[in-house]
Each structure stands twice: as structure tokens, then as C-alpha cells.
Design a protein. Structure first.
Length: 377
């Protein structure tokens, strides 16, 4: 329902895309457990400030929605201020505002979305309510410029849409596992998703069974580096199924039964590493196998991957090898853009601005269960 306190005067639908040479956008992301704000100008990430709440939620072993919302409320303004400062940009230089409108935790989404809408209202600028996963689809098209004088990985992040190719995109995070066919910019079709647990959730839950701290994914990755991935055999769920859906709950359960049959095994440092490597191999092999099969079926020239689990070294390595073998170009999101971040939200909003997509209403409600199928035409 429209909020009568927010008249729609600020949502001017001017042909802004044609008028603005130096497009500058501020984007906000608060869909889960990262408070983030970014400033984007002409495809360049001028700042991308991310305040992670991982430590706050660690003692509960997972994200507590009420705590997440309170923390977003506390951090939203300072994070926006520091993103503007770092980008040496004042609010009146902004041409548009953007925020994640869904999917995500309702109270968390509301904070970033309302903040961006309020700024858009005050500054009389358009506002773009962005689908979190649609933004993930384009984050692999951002590359880090080589900075000759700086430390490794210190160059600016710049979008590279001139080289855009139709692709199959794998989005793997703590809450989602999705395969998407991206036919053209702003044109996609969801192919499959997880029927139960997401890949990141499987990493985190298995890590908890082994007694590793939350979030377990990075820790499993680290220990797996010293382990033998063939030490123990675990199922590759739905790998042989012709569809594009995933299912990871059964794999987690099989690890639980395995540990019941082998009490104390996870206390042995080497066996613990072997176990991490074996479970990681089952997850990664499933993700890589299904992604490549979809890419070959759809005859796309490119595969992309993003989301927190894309930080996983084995997944990066095996996607690289599999794509090279099939002659498919691979684009992996930069590690800093794999987990939740506002830069990808701003970059997609900028593409929408350029393609003259209509902005969202200033009183558009958040959409916690927003389906990717309805995110763009
Ligand atoms: P969400 O939006 O669901 O919070 P993120 O995109 O922020 O997801 O990613 C967090 C997830 O990524 C967690 O499940 C975490 O365990 C997983 N993750 C992060 N790094 C790694 C890694 N190196 N290996 C495996 N999983 C990882
Ligand atoms: Mg997160």
C-alpha cells in the first residue's frame, strides 16, 4: 500500500540515461548480515564499504534476524557516510539511489531500502529497488584494474560490460544456490535452485557437526587444503539428475551418520582435514558438474559464478579447469564482490539507468521473497 507520507514527486522519470555523462550512484545493501554502501561512477567502484556482522551472529551459530536488523539500523548512517567520504562525493552529486529490495530478511531489507528511498526523496533523484540475485549475475563482470604502484589487489574495480557474453551463472551463497541463464544484459531465466539447503548452508552445517566455528565455509576450505578429498566417499546429490535443481540436505545428513559411525574421528587433526576435503569435493563436484552441463546444453560461450561460496578455492580451481576443458570462458566474481556488497547493487542500478529501465517507486515495499523470475523483463 502506498505510504501517504511519501508523495511521489521525487521519482521523476526523466530520460536521465541520456542526459547524464558522469553518472554517480549511491547503493545500499542490507539484505542479510552485511551493512554495505557503495558509490559507483561510470562503471567504476569509487567505494564499497562493508560492515560485516559475522562476529555478532557467531555465538548463535547463524544469523539472528532481529539482531541483524538492529545492527543495520546502528550502522546504516555511518556506513553511508564513509562510502561517500571515501568516494569524495557529496550527496548533491548523486544522480540516483539504489538499494536491495529483496529477497532477504524483512526487517533488514527495510532499513537499507527505506534509507535509500528517503535520500532519493530528499535529493529529488530516482530510486532503483534492486533484486539481490540479479545483482549477483553481473558482479563477475567487474574486474580489478592492475595498479602498477600498489599492492596486489589494490587497483580500482571497474565494470567490463563491453565484453559481456551470454552465460550460465552460478550463484552460491549461505541462503541460495541458483543456476541462471543470462541471455543478454538484463535478460535472464532461472534454470534451477536448491530444493532444500543451499551450498553455503551445507558447508556451515557440516562444519558445525565437525565442531568448527561459524561461518564454517571458510574454515572447511582452509582445512580441506591439507586433506585428501578421496579419503571418504559422500553422495553427489542430483548430479546425475537431468534437471538443474540442487539438494544438499541429504549430504549434510550423510555426514551426520558418518560421524555417528566414527565417533572421535573429527578430533584427529589429519582425519578432520580429510573429512573437510571429502565433503568439499562432494559439494564442489556437484556444483561444477551441473553448471557445466547446463552451459553445454544451452551452448553459451561463458560461465560466471558469484556468492560467498565462490570464495572457495577448490570451486574456483575446478570451475577454471572444467571451463578450460570445454572451451568456455569463465568469469569468477572478485573475492571482495562474492559475499554481500553494495557495489554490485549500484552497478546493476547503473545498467538499468543506462538501459532506461523505469525507476522504482519511492514507496515501493521491500519484497523478502522476491523471485528472480520477475526481477527484470
Ligand atoms: P548470504 O547472503 O547467504 O549471507 P554470502 O554471499 O554472504 O551469503 O556468503 C556467505 C556464505 O558463504 C556462508 O555460508 C559461508 O560459509 C560461505 N563461504 C564463504 N567463504 C567460503 C569458502 N571459502 N568456502 C566455502 N564457503 C564459503
Ligand atoms: Mg552474508
Amino acid at each position: 500500500m502506498a505510504d501517504p507520507r511519501l508523495p511521489l514527486i521525487a521519482n521523476r522519470q526523466s530520460p536521465i540515461a541520456n542526459q547524464i555523462q558522469n553518472r554517480t550512484l549511491l547503493a545500499i545493501e542490507t539484505s542479510c548480515d552485511e551493512t554495505s554502501a557503495a558509490v559507483i561512477r561510470n562503471g567504476r567502484v569509487l567505494s564499497n564499504v562493508v560492515a560485516s556482522q559475522t562476529r555478532l551472529h557467531a555465538e548463535y551459530g547463524g544469523v539472528v534476524p532481529e539482531l541483524a536488523a538492529r545492527e543495520h539500523l546502528r550502522l546504516c548512517q555511518p556506513v553511508i557516510r564513509s562510502a561517500l567520504q571515501e568516494a569524495k562525493t557529496s550527496p548533491d552529486e548523486l544522480d540516483a539511489l539504489a538499494a536491495t529490495r529483496g529477497p532477504g530478511l524483512p526487517n533488514a531489507l527495510m532499513i537499507g531500502c527505506r534509507a535509500a528511498q528517503a535520500m532519493a526523496f530528499a535529493l529529488r533523484r530516482p530510486f532503483f529497488g534492486i533484486h539481490h540475485h540479479e545483482a549477483h549475475l553481473y558482479s563477475p563482470w567487474v574486474t580489478r584494474a592492475i595498479d602498477p604502484g600498489g599492492a596486489a589487489g589494490s587497483g580500482a574495480l571497474q565494470a567490463d560490460f563491453e565484453h559481456f557474453q551470454p552465460n550460465v551463472s552460478l550463484i552460491v551463497s549461505g541462503g541460495h544456490t541458483l543456476l541462471v541463464h543470462v541471455r543478454a544484459e538484463l535478460e535472464h531465466q532461472a534454470l534451477g535452485s536448491t530444493l532444500d539447503d543451499a551450498a553455503g548452508e551445507c558447508f556451515d552445517k557440516v562444519a558445525k557437526l565437525i565442531g568448527l566455528p561459524y561461518p564454517g565455509g571458510p574454515e572447511m576450505d582452509r582445512l580441506a587444503g591439507d586433506g585428501n578429498s578421496r579419503a571418504y566417499e559422500f553422495p553427489r546429490p542430483l548430479l546425475r539428475d537431468p534437471g538443474d535443481d540442487f539438494s544438499f540436505a541429504g549430504l549434510k545428513t550423510s555426514v551426520r551418520y558418518f560421524l555417528q559411525r566414527h565417533p572421535g574421528l573429527a578430533d584427529d587433526p589429519q582425519k578432520r582435514c580429510d573429512l573437510c576435503a571429502s565433503v568439499q569435493a562432494a559439494i564442489v563436484e556437484t556444483l561444477v558438474g551441473k553448471t557445466l552441463r547446463a552451459a553445454q546444453r544451452l551452448k553459451v560461450p561463458c560461465v560466471t559464478a558469484s556468492g560467498g561460496v565462490t570464495c572457495n578455492r577448490a570451486l574456483r580451481r575446478q570451475l577454471t579447469d572444467a571451463c578450460a576443458q570445454c572451451g568456455i570462458t569463465l568469469r569468477l566474481a572478485e573475492p571482495s564482490l562474492c559475499t554481500d556488497n553494495a557495489a554490485m547493487i549500484g552497478l546493476l542500478a547503473e545498467r538499468k539507468l543506462l538501459h532506461a529501465s523505469p525507476p522504482s517507486s519511492l514507496d515501493a515495499e521491500i519484497d523478502p521473497g522476491w523471485s528472480l523470475a520477475t526481477a527484470s523483463p
